[in-house]
Design a protein around this ligand. Structure first.
Ligand code: AMP
Length: 174
């Protein structure tokens, strides 16, 4: 079995979570298996081979899991993006629309140096709204966005369209 197929087989579908109509991609079985977790990171790292990257940026909470290990593997810095009110130092903020209402993401103003090349990493690309907001945060930092990398892309939601300003890659596509 190809690496991506093996990882795909370990991802569990949870229907109607967190609300009716959503099929939640549960990645916890991947994390629980040491070999599969390590193969997941290898697959993500393989997508970064030709990219000069100074830092990985990721969004809480599941983005932190993959972002942190990938940053360590690639020996680059880590930028944490959090929901409003969680980061202690001066921040840049970006608000974006959700299905109902809005959400705000923040990043520390000194998270990366201007001109640094930053790769955005997350577990799932769904509608692309979150990562579009992260792009705007990176632009406020005057970072160079190297692209976005996901473990899973839900291609039927066409999130890629919203974030095609920079290169987009995913290990597993549904
Ligand atoms: P979006 O902004 O719509 O691309 O959604 C991005 C975030 O929502 C990702 O960081 C995922 O963690 C989470 N998410 C959205 N849809 C799903 C899904 N079907 N299964 C698991 N996580 C999801």
């Amino acid at each position: 079995m190809k690496a991506a197929e093996k990882l795909k087989a370990a991802i569990r579908d949870i229907p109607d979570f967190p609300k009716k109509g959503i099929i939640f991609k549960d990645i916890t079985p991947l994390l629980q298996d040491a070999r599969l977790f390590s193969e997941t990171i290898e697959a993500l790292a393989a997508c970064c081979r030709d990219k000069p990257i100074d830092a990985i940026a990721c969004v809480e909470a599941r983005g932190f899991v993959f972002g942190a290990v990938l940053a360590h593997t690639l020996n680059v810095g880590l930028v944490l993006i959090r929901k409003k009110g969680k980061l202690p130092y001066a921040t840049h903020q970006v608000s974006y629309d959700l299905e109902y209402g809005t959400d705000t993401l923040e990043v520390h103003q000194d998270a990366v140096k201007a001109g640094a090349s930053v790769l955005v990493v997350d577990d799932v690309l769904a509608t692309g709204g979150t990562i579009a907001a992260v792009y705007r945060l990176m632009e406020k930092l005057e970072a160079k966005v190297a692209g976005a990398l996901f473990l899973i892309e839900l291609s039927f939601l066409h999130g890629r369209e919203k974030i095609k300003k920079y290169p987009v890659e995913a290990v597993i596509t549904y």
